[in-house]
Design a protein around this ligand. Sequence first.
Ligand SMILES: C[S@@+](CC[C@H](N)C(=O)[O-])C[C@H]1O[C@@H](n2cnc3c(N)ncnc32)[C@H](O)[C@@H]1O
Length: 301
Amino acid sequence: MPPRISGRLLEAARQLVAARAADDLDEGRLEAELLYAEAAGWDRVRVLASGAEVPDTAVLGTFEALLLRRLAHEPLAYILGRREFYGLTFEVGPGCLVPRPETETLVEAGLAAIHEHPRARRVVRAADIGTGSGAVALSVAHHALEVQMFAVDASSEALAWAGRNRRRFGLEERVVLLTGNLLEPLGEPLDVVLANLPYIPSDEVEALPEAIRSHEPHLAVDGGADGLELYRALCEQLPTHLAEGPRAVLVEVGSGQATFAADLITSALTGQQAHSEPDFEVRYHRDLAGTRRVVEVRQGY
Ligand SMILES: C[S@@+](CC[C@H](N)C(=O)[O-])C[C@H]1O[C@@H](n2cnc3c(N)ncnc32)[C@H](O)[C@@H]1O
């Protein structure tokens, strides 16, 4: 009897687990279904409903080729060419970090900081530093009509993905893309600064899963000796780029880095007001796993 689609998918799930491209059979099965859906031009529901059918030979050939790429640890999102993030579908591929679910915490907190900003009835000037695919900048601009967004990245390859996504969501007028180091390319005073910069300590990069280590950009991952080097540099630049009056800085961090990052930001802000009472408020936002993932410092709200 010829093999059925469901049989091939179960076998693919076992291959993915054996290659350590998936943690368990459930994850392997889901990935195999998504790859088959991509090969067939179907959605996943149709793959599930067609399990008892014999696969089309051409579709099976395409599926095998996609599966080989995944078995070689290419990220699933690169193979599919897209990733869902904050309810939008982003185009992604080599050269940009695949947006992670925990970064939705930064978008959520950033939107609140913008909506509650005293300028919110006019235009809030915000920046997303280390924009990559544009995940944070574009999600925020899509949901906050009052924002003028500047999105910066040191990598022109990453910015090319942000440019594709900006076009995809029709946000050319409200999101400016800039190449450069942190806040340096920005001339405009900023009311809100958002950043998901690399925060993995250098000596932990080698221990990351192969899909990240071998395929995602090193520039998007390595945060220097203690993981906070980019945030230190960002904080040095904050005083000259933040607007006078109410402002907020929100950064995504790794487990155990939240209070260090809060100290860096508050020191940068108090440096500017050495002779008056500090008027800032520090907030920590937890991700779905309960980790303090986003540090927010508001001043003068
Ligand atoms: C962790 S990724 C985040 C990407 C995207 N914001 C997201 O959340 O999916 C960090 C990004 O910072 C960029 N980056 C690294 N160093 C930078 C620097 N000095 N100035 C600007 N961007 C930088 C990387 O190219 C990368 O796109």
